[in-house]
Each structure stands twice: as structure tokens, then as C-alpha cells.
Design a protein around this ligand. Structure first.
Ligand code: MFK
Ligand code: FAD
Length: 509
């Protein structure tokens, strides 16, 4: 073996190894709450290094598969996921990664910050169980936002189970929006039809092109209600929102065929299926024709989770590269002693810290809104920051993780180091939950006709700058920011007008 072996990078407790995260929590949380959250995260960080990281790696090595027929040709659509994937789901329930976001006896702004911090530690070791957790959180948010909890039997049971800490009771949810014709343009591409059986109960017929974590218990999906003459309304206003069980009590699929599992570039741990809905029984929830607006509750939560994942990958690759830089000797000294290498690490660090601040700002604003304590400005900022955060962190994750892989030289390219998995998985973050350009258009949707959002944004920036210091340089920066905002306002008004008219050509914006 050549007599020399290189010391490998060590994964340290991701909480105690991350002073930036700790500083953000100290700044955002009241002292007593900080102590409680820090103790939980520190313990969880130990569990990540001693148990979770190994389970996540196994989920990558032992990938899900689908057996469609039994030995005698009977259609069984048996989805096989490894024990480690199951164990990770159990850990999520035990550790309360969803329930922490909804604990009644904790201030909502504290619980969302706690939850985001915990998911941030979990995500890069999670074997993509972070994906069903995102959708599960999104489902709880949607069902509660539609005011169904305590009023609608199935939705109430779903909420209780989706946020349960008891692994034997806990459910997870899917989010079935994308069809062959449309992933970004859900409304234009949706060919799933809902035929009424009784009151709010329907049978769904259609083909869902990407359905991740298809071992879930329930799903939220969109379909067009067919009227008694057999007609359905086209476009966005024709879409309604549905909640369904994926399997019945005996474990049989609910009028669903798993047509195949997707063969993906990454996220290989995660079972993503094409599904034929062939009369699946579903409950219509929310108002008829308000499906997109209803499921947007889910989108805005899963987009924050997506940013958590993007940042989790960035933080992980930097931590490993930083550790490795103290071990790898190049040209007579460790990488860490070469300024050119540390400059590379420093650039990655700065990028990551900036997005982390935005992430925690979104968690803070989300908590405030759930506590009913948002000012108008806070509510506008949450709506604005969510797509910006998702698109920016997702876009940034890919080149940053790629740079991190390069820090390991050829070893970064070797499958058995586990490092390539991080790059493959990071590549999905700008795509799913809305591509970068589609989210840019969502930002314009936020601005369109609402110039006061920009004023709110300007006020918030000025506030932040004012709170920092009176240093002349900062005051000058503040002036420049204010001038830039005025210019931006003019541009955005023009751009959002174009977006509203459906004219999104580059030259028009
Ligand atoms: C590890 C972490 C991972 C996270 C989990 C990943 C699992 C993978 C899951 C997926 O990828 S699920 C599929 C995700 N799909 C998308 O994100 C779709 C991307 N496309 C868009 O977001 C489009 O902008 C959209 C589908 C919403 C466009 O639909 P429409 O119907 O053409 O939009 P329209 O007519 O402008 O809006 C309809 C209503 O929804 C409006 O409300 P009003 O009728 O009251 O005016 C909009 O304001 C509202 N709306 C749209 N987006 C919203 C929103 N409201 C709040 N927030 C939003 N983001
Ligand atoms: P398109 O909409 O065809 O987009 C292609 C390109 O066109 C993109 O660059 C896009 O930015 C651009 N584009 C589109 N519209 C515009 C516009 N108006 N202006 C400018 N550019 C535009 N979906 C689910 O519903 N549930 C899931 O569980 C799920 N899991 C997934 C798992 C994986 C691994 C992947 C890769 C995808 C998953 N998806 C899921 C689907 C995902 O959400 C969609 O692929 C994504 O939203 C993009 O839609 P699309 O594939 O139809 O691409």
C-alpha cells in the first residue's frame, strides 16, 4: 500500500464545531431559551457523529428499489427502503425535528429558530430524510393555515401524526405537484382530474411525474374537479388541493400504481417515483379553485428547508476541508499554512455566513408571523426573503461544494470518501421547490403592484445599518444603499409590470 496513509478528515460535533451558528443563536434567543436550545443541539451534534452520519451514509450505499410484481406476476408495487432510512425517520420523530416547530408551550419565534438550527445540523448527515421532513413540515403548515385542525377529522389526525414525537404514530407527507407537462408551470401542466364521490371526497385520475419519499403515509396534491357535465376549469383557477392516504389500513396502495423509481444524478437515498393515480380516494381541502394558493403554504416552508439543506452542505464541506487542511501536507507544510489555500477556505466561509444570516432572519420572521406578532413590514419581509433565500442559497451551494471537493484533491473525487455524494445532492437544491428563475419571478410577484414592499425592505436595511454603529464608513454605506434602493425600486416596478403581463423575456426586464 505504499507505506503511507493519509489521515482522513474528521467530522466533529457540528454544533460545538460551529461558532457562527452558536453566535447567531446567542444573538437571536433570550438567555434562558438559548441555554435550553444549545444543550439540545450539543447533544444532537454528538448523536450525529456517533450514529446519524453512519445511517445517512448507509442510505446512500443501500438505495431504495421497487418490486412491481411478485413471483407469480401479481402487481405488488413493493417499495424497499433500507433499515437505516427507517431508523433515520424514527430518529426524526424522537428528536422532534418537526414537532419542535409547533410546540405549544414555547414562543413560536424561539421554536422555529431552534428547529432550523437542528435541521441545519441534521441535513448533511440525514441520508435525504431531510426531504420527507421538509414536506411533512409543509403539510402541517398547510393544514393548520387552512384552519382545518380540530374541524376536519382526517386533517386533524394527519396534523397530530405528522408532528408526533412517537415513532410508532408519526406520519410523513409527500407533495405531488409536478406532472410531465409542468413542474414550474403547475397550473398549465396539471392533467389530474378529480371526480366527486361524496361531498368533499373524490377519486383522482392522473400521472404525477416526480413524487419523492414515496414511502410516506399521506400526500398533498393538486387536481381539477370535474363537474356533472364532465367539464373542468383550465388554468390556475381550476386547481383544487387534496389530501390523501397513500395506503389503506392493510397497507394496500390507495388506487395508486408506482410506475417506476427515478434514476437520478443524486439524492439516490431518496425514493422518487412516477405515480399513476388510478382512482385514488382523496379529500378536497381549502376552497375549490384555490389549490395553488393553498399549496403555497407548503412551498414557502419547504423552500426554507431547501435553504437549510443548501447551507448544511456548504457548512459540512467547509468543516471537513478545514479539518483536512490541518492534516494534509503539501510542499513541506500543511495546507493550513499556505495562504492561498486558506484564502480559498475563507471565501467559502464568508459566502456561507452571509446566507446563514438570511436563513435565521427567515426563521425569526416565520416564528413572529406564527405568533401573530408580525408587523406589516415583517410579514412582507418574510414573503420576500423566502424565495430570495431559496434561490440564492441553492444556486450558491453547487459551486461552493464543488470548490470544497477540490480542497481534497483527487480524494475529493473518490466515491468511498462519501464526498461526491455531497456534490451530487447539492445539485438538486437549485432545481426542486422552484428553479432559480422561477423563484426570481416569484420575487417579482411579491413586488408587483406593491411598491411599499421595497420601502419596507429599505427601512429594514436602514434599521440594520443604524443598529450597527455610527462609523462614518457605515453611514456612507447606508447612503449608497438608500440610493441603490431607489434605483432598484424603479427597475422592479418596471420588471414586475412585465411579469404581471406574462412578459418575462430577458430584454423586457
Ligand atoms: C432537503 C429539503 C428539500 C425540500 C423538499 C424537496 C422535495 C421536492 C419537492 C418538490 O420539488 S415539490 C414541487 C415544487 N414545485 C414548485 O416549486 C413549483 C414552481 N412553480 C411556482 O412556484 C410557480 O410560481 C407557481 C406554480 C406557484 C405558479 O402558479 P400559478 O397558478 O401560475 O400562479 P399565480 O396564478 O400567480 O398564483 C396563484 C395564487 O397563488 C396567487 O394568489 P391569489 O390568487 O390570492 O392572488 C399567488 O399570489 C399565490 N402564490 C403563488 N406562489 C406563492 C403564492 N402565495 C404565497 N407564496 C407563494 N410562494
Ligand atoms: P421546467 O419547468 O420545464 O423548467 C426548465 C427550465 O425552464 C428551468 O431552467 C426553468 O427555470 C425554466 N423556466 C420555466 N418557466 C420559466 C419562466 N416563466 N421564465 C423563465 N424560465 C423559466 N416535484 C413534486 O411535485 N414532488 C416531488 O416530490 C418532487 N421531487 C423531486 C425530486 C427530484 C430529485 C427532482 C429533480 C425533482 C423533483 N420534483 C418534485 C420536481 C421539481 O419540483 C421540478 O422538476 C421543478 O419544479 C422544475 O420543473 P420542471 O422539471 O417541469 O422544469
Amino acid at each position: 500500500t505504499g507505506g503511507f496513509s493519509q489521515d482522513s478528515p474528521t467530522l466533529h460535533n457540528p454544533y460545538t464545531d460551529d461558532p457562527i451558528l452558536d453566535r447567531a443563536l446567542r444573538r437571536l434567543l433570550p438567555e434562558a431559551q438559548y441555554m435550553r436550545v444549545a444543550a439540545d443541539l450539543s447533544k444532537f451534534g454528538d448523536r450525529i457523529t456517533s450514529e446519524i452520519e453512519h445511517l445517512g451514509r448507509q442510505a446512500e450505499l443501500d438505495q431504495p428499489r421497487l418490486e412491481q410484481q411478485d413471483a407469480w406476476g401479481k402487481r405488488i408495487d413493493k417499495l424497499i427502503v433500507c433499515n437505516e432510512w427507517q431508523k433515520l425517520k424514527q430518529i426524526c420523530a424522537e428528536e422532534g425535528v418537526i414537532s419542535i416547530g409547533y410546540e405549544n408551550d414555547v414562543d413560536p419565534f424561539v421554536r422555529r429558530i431552534h428547529q432550523v438550527a437542528k435541521l441545519f445540523l441534521f441535513s448533511p448527515s440525514a441520508g435525504l430524510v431531510s426531504c420527507p421532513m421538509a414536506m411533512t413540515d409543509g403539510a402541517v403548515k398547510t393544514l393548520t393555515s387552512l384552519n382545518l385542525y380540530g374541524k376536519h377529522k382526517f386533517a386533524t389526525e394527519a396534523v397530530d401524526r405528522l408532528r408526533s414525537r412517537d415513532p410508532s404514530k408519526a406520519w410523513t407527507s409527500g407533495q405531488w405537484m409536478t406532472e410531465k407537462k409542468g413542474g414550474s408551470d403547475v397550473a398549465g401542466g396539471c392533467d389530474t382530474y378529480a371526480v366527486q364521490v361524496d361531498k368533499d371526497t373524490y377519486r383522482l385520475h392522473g400521472y404525477k411525474w416526480f413524487s419523492s419519499a414515496v414511502d410516506a403515509d399521506v400526500a398533498l396534491t393538486l387536481a381539477r374537479v370535474v363537474d356533472s357535465d364532465g367539464n373542468a376549469v383550465e388554468g390556475s383557477r381550476g386547481l383544487s388541493l387534496f389530501l390523501l392516504r397513500i395506503r389503506d389500513e392493510s397497507g394496500n396502495l390507495n388506487g395508486i400504481q408506482m410506475v417506476r423509481l427515478k434514476n437520478k444524478l443524486g439524492t439516490k437515498q431518496l425514493p422518487t417515483a412516477e405515480l399513476l393515480l388510478d382512482g385514488a380516494i382523496a379529500e378536497r381541502i381549502g376552497e375549490p379553485g384555490r389549490g395553488v394558493a393553498g399549496i403555497s403554504n407548503m412551498l414557502n416552508i419547504t423552500r426554507i428547508h431547501n435553504a437549510v439543506a443548501s447551507l448544511g452542505y456548504m457548512r459540512r464541506i467547509i468543516s471537513l476541508a478545514r479539518d483536512y487542511s490541518t492534516k494534509r501536507v503539501v510542499f513541506g507544510q500543511t495546507q493550513s499554512k499556505w495562504p492561498l489555500h486558506t484564502t480559498t477556505l475563507a471565501k467559502m466561509e464568508v459566502e456561507t455566513r452571509g446566507s446563514m444570516l438570511l436563513l435565521f432572519e427567515s426563521a425569526r420572521l416565520l416564528g413572529l408571523s406564527e405568533a401573530g406578532k408580525s408587523s406589516d413590514i415583517d410579514a412582507m419581509m418574510l414573503r420576500l426573503i423566502t424565495p430570495v433565500l431559496k434561490l440564492y442559497a441553492g444556486k450558491q451551494a453547487v459551486p461552493l461544494v464543488s470548490e470544497g471537493i477540490e480542497c481534497f484533491g483527487g480524494q475529493g473525487y473518490m466515491e468511498d470518501t462519501g464526498l461526491p455524494t455531497i456534490l451530487r445532492d447539492a445539485q438538486v437544491t437549485p432545481i426542486w421547490e422552484g428553479t432559480t428563475n422561477v423563484l426570481s419571478l416569484d420575487v417579482l410577484r411579491v413586488f408587483s403592484g406593491k411598491e411599499n414592499i421595497l420601502l419596507a425592505f429599505g427601512k429594514r436595511v436602514s434599521q440594520l445599518l443604524k443598529n450597527t454603529s455610527n462609523e462614518p464608513k457605515l453611514q456612507k454605506a447606508k447612503q449608497s444603499v438608500e440610493e441603490a434602493l431607489k434605483e432598484l425600486q424603479k427597475l422592479l416596478v418596471k420588471a414586475s409590470d412585465s411579469a404581471v403581463k406574462g412578459d418575462t423575456r430577458i430584454d423586457s426586464v
